[in-house]
Design a protein around this ligand. Structure first.
Ligand code: SAH
Ligand code: SF4
Length: 377
């Protein structure tokens, strides 16, 4: 266990206003309501997100009377940690409590030149992609702003700083549990905090939202906070994508790609990453590679192949190493930038798509409660 975990896991929920998930404009309003100047917002943001303070008494550039007042009406509450696991490759996975016996997962992946935190945005996911452990668990609820940004706060407080003295987390990817663009209301303030100089100060290139393709919200994101975008494509035609990624029936590939190119245009044509999970005998032939290359030809696109990570109860199999290599080479021959994601943390079930946390599927819970009621009457 890394130092300090016990202390933070003991922090408990209080009815006071939690300032952790408040963005600058909301804190300005909060301080205005108690007769304080707007600059208090920036002071408190820095204390919470850069100087690791949870207690107002530690915020020494606030007056004693303000600190006492804040103590009475507000708090800085991080999500409660249920467990922490470390993989032999240095990957760390935390399980955070998310109410009603449920949990979400966060994974830290250390690399020589960066520290990437993979965060969750929902308790489960309603979109039910055929190869995803989170999807198989069903959906319960959206995470709140403090529950999402708190994953980053916690990681930075627990992990040693980088060799350049900067916090451990240099990059954030929304590739944990849930579909971030289905929780847009709460994800957008998190993006603002991650990129704010008074909070995490990350360049937008170091923040990646991964989506299965909720087209209207891709357009919104382009206008609101154009961070890096990754799109879970996984199939080069609608017939196959309808089966693997069911949201495709609502937003088919042509519409999705149009939104992607509009997005890229607003980001000075920075590349969009297309994620493509390699499923044996399903989407991994050279004909699929050719079809994919034709879809993306001449566009600001790169392809990231993800070897499928198996989990109990799922029938898919991972494509063979040679198949993945040939698929990647074919894309490269066709002029695309294509890489294969290295599987990290699979010994602690922290690899892509293995994150299942603990979710009470709302529909299933309702149905089983109905069943119980029917049985009683
Ligand atoms: N909901 C978002 C982000 C979370 S999933 C999305 O779908 O993009 C992060 C990535 O892991 C996605 O590309 C997803 O398709 C992929 N993934 C899901 N299950 C997987 C599995 N079992 N093996 C490999 N990748 C998986
Ligand atoms: Fe949801 Fe993404 Fe998993 Fe699909 S791959 S079920 S969108 S978390």
């Amino acid at each position: 266990m890394l130092p300090g975990t016990e202390k933070i896991s003991q922090e408990s929920q209080t009815p006071r206003t939690n300032l952790l998930g408040k963005r600058e404009s909301e804190l300005v309003q909060f301080f205005a309501d108690i007769g304080e100047k707007p600059f208090r917002a920036r002071q408190v943001l820095k204390w919470m997100h850069q100087r690791n303070a949870s207690q107002f008494e530690d915020m020494t550039d606030l007056s004693k009377s303000l600190r006492d007042q804040l103590d009475a009406i507000a708090a800085v509450t991080l999500p409660t940690v249920i467990s922490e696991q470390q993989s032999h490759d240095g990957t760390v996975k935390w399980l955070f409590e998310s109410g009603a016996g449920q949990a979400v997962e966060t994974v830290f992946i250390p690399e020589p030149d960066r520290g990437t935190l993979c965060i969750s945005s929902q308790v489960g996911c309603a979109l039910d992609c055929s190869f995803c452990a989170t999807g198989a668990q069903g959906f319960n609820r959206n995470l709140q702003v403090d529950e999402i940004v708190g994953q980053v706060t916690h990681a930075n407080r627990q992990l040693p700083a980088r060799s350049n003295g900067k916090p451990a987390v240099s990059n954030v990817v929304f590739m944990g549990m849930g579909e971030p663009l289905a929780n847009y209301r709460n994800v957008l303030p998190v993006l603002e905090l991650l990129s704010s100089d008074y909070a995490y100060g990350l360049s937008r290139r170091r923040i990646t939202v991964s989506t299965s393709g909720i087209v209207p919200n891709i357009d919104k994101l382009a206008d609101d906070c154009n961070v890096a975008l990754a799109v879970s494509l996984h199939a080069p035609n609608d017939a196959l994508r309808d089966v693997l990624v069911p949201i495709n029936k609502m937003h088919p590939i042509a519409d999705l790609l149009d939104a992607c190119w509009r997005y890229a245009e607003k980001r000075a044509n920075r590349f969009i990453t297309f994620e493509y999970v390699m499923l044996r005998d399903v989407n991994d032939t050279l004909a699929h590679a050719d079809e994919l290359a034709s879809l993306l030809a001449g566009k600001p696109a790169k392809v990231n192949l993800i070897p499928f990570n198996p989990f109990t109860g799922n029938q898919h199999k991972r494509s063979a190493g040679g198949t993945i290599r040939k698929f990647q080479e074919r894309l490269q021959q066709r002029g695309l930038v294509a890489t294969t994601r290295r599987t990290r943390g699979d010994d602690i079930d922290a690899a892509c798509g293995q994150l299942a946390g603990k979710v009470r599927d709302k529909v299933k819970v309702r149905l089983s409660e109905k069943g119980r009621k029917t049985a009683r009457h």
